[in-house]
Design a protein. Structure first.
Length: 153
């Protein structure tokens, strides 16, 4: 059982490491950082716009990190907001600018390509099992963590 833990922890850490490196390399061509990728991705999927809070939930990041990313993306003209006058910034919706839409199209194509590459050698059934299994493992880890946080009775 300990070997399973060691393998699991090592595989997850390695996967995360390579995902971050791939994100960084992919965003470099736009003059952006890996942290910007998920903001562009989710804004591209939600043409109706998202608030910083909504984006934080989708990206699973804290609001401060998302605010920083959005500020940088606005400065580099990848996103715009419906709140250009600066009032009630926390409720402003963010949208991709034309530059952001072009970047999103490239990002989406790259993600599809990478998704196909990483599934190489897996049948559709094996891929489905893998993702269901990962979802269950993450859910179990989350449940365990939330139980840890409760005071003992």
């Amino acid at each position: 059982m300990i070997d399973r833990f060691e393998n699991f922890a090592a595989y997850i850490a390695q996967a995360n490491k390579y995902i971050l490196k791939i994100k960084a390399a992919g965003m470099e061509r736009f003059g952006l950082k890996a942290a910007h990728l998920m903001c562009l991705y989710f804004l591209g999927k939600h043409e109706e716009g998202l608030t910083a809070g909504e984006l934080a939930e989708y990206c699973m990041e804290d609001k401060a990190a998302i605010s920083k990313s959005l500020s940088e993306l606005r400065h580099k003209d990848f996103v715009r907001t419906d709140n250009e006058n600066g009032t009630k910034v926390y409720r402003a919706k963010y949208f991709l600018s034309p530059t952001g839409k072009d970047a999103f199209a490239e990002i989406k194509d790259t993600i599809l390509h990478i998704t196909e590459l990483v599934a190489d050698g897996l049948s559709l059934e094996e891929g489905a099992i893998l993702y269901r299994s990962l979802e269950k493992v993450v859910s179990n880890l989350k449940d365990y963590y939330l139980e840890m946080d409760k005071p003992e009775r």
